[in-house]
Design a binder for this molecule. Structure first.
Ligand code: Z5A
Length: 228
């Protein structure tokens, strides 16, 4: 057991994971906590380079085995250099996607052999499993609409507006992903909490905070609600 708290956000494209990871970190910092916000693939210079390789549309698609090996190579570096040191130092770690994304994208939707996923997870993640996973669930079409709208505004202000290798896949694929995340949450209710991501941002943030407060109780440092 490490003294820190490990929280992951999972869900489909455009579900609002990054927005909610940022808002949760702000709230925890406001209570005086030391919080690391990170993401996968990414979180270290090496893992960010792997991210570029994996998301580049011109070299996609890749087979599920090569994808899984790349995601776990990035994850091994991320765990070693960022996540485990932060948890050992008692910090809160909030990660935008983690192993459940490999389970869903490469195994559930991509056909990666279950034994290979389990082997990689056991060898690389081992005991560093999240204490809480917030699955932000939305209709696949709504997620795609949000991602498309965001790309539209990004194209007016940055150079990263093209759809990546995963975003380019069709709606049936994105619906399969949604079912994959919900299946994990159903199988592991003690770790996972499903949040309705179709609601306005503040409502989703309130549901996230309710889940975090319930899971970590007094460790959040928030005053208990008055009952009088
Ligand atoms: N992948 C994989 O295959 N295997 C793995 O092991 C891992 C990843 C770790 C990169 O992930 C890709 O890698 C991903 C899976 C694969 N592919 N896809 N698709 P990513 O996290 O970088 O990409 P993403 O899922 O597409 O993230 P995203 O598009 O950035 O979505 P998000 O983080 O869930 O949403 P957001 O950025 O917070 O919000 C999107 C927009 O909606 C934005 O304009 C917000 O202002 C808006 N938004 C957010 N919440 C709301 C609400 N509640 N109402 C209205 N509008 C909202």
């Amino acid at each position: 057991m490490t003294p820190g708290k490990f929280i992951t956000f999972e869900g489909g494209e455009g579900s609002g994971k990054s927005t909610q990871a940022r808002l949760l970190a702000e709230r925890l910092r406001g209570l005086g906590h030391d919080v690391v916000v990170t993401r996968e693939p990414g979180g270290t210079p090496f893992a960010e380079q792997v991210r570029q390789l994996l998301l580049a549309p011109d070299t996609a698609p890749h087979g599920p085995v090569s994808e899984a090996l790349m995601f776990y190579a990035a994850r091994a570096d991320h765990l070693e250099k960022v996540i485990r040191p932060a948890l050992a130092a008692g910090r809160w770690v909030i990660c935008d996607r983690f192993s459940d994304s490999t389970d869903v994208y490469q195994s559930h939707a991509g056909g990666l052999d279950r034994a290979m996923f389990d082997m990689l997870e056991h060898a690389i993640v081992a005991a560093t499993r999240p204490s809480l996973t917030l699955v932000i669930d939305i209709d696949a079409r709504l997620g795609q609409e949000r991602a498309t709208a965001r790309r539209g505004s990004a194209s007016r202000g940055s150079d990263s507006a093209a759809a990546d290798a995963y975003e380019r896949r069709d709606i049936v694929y994105h619906e399969t992903l949604r079912r994959g995340f919900l299946a994990i949450a159903e199988a592991e209710p003690q770790r996972c909490l499903v949040i309705d991501g179709a609601k306005p941002i503040d409502n989703v943030a309130a549901a996230v905070w309710a889940g975090v407060s319930e899971r970590f109780g007094a460790d959040t440092g928030a005053a208990a609600p008055r009952t009088d």
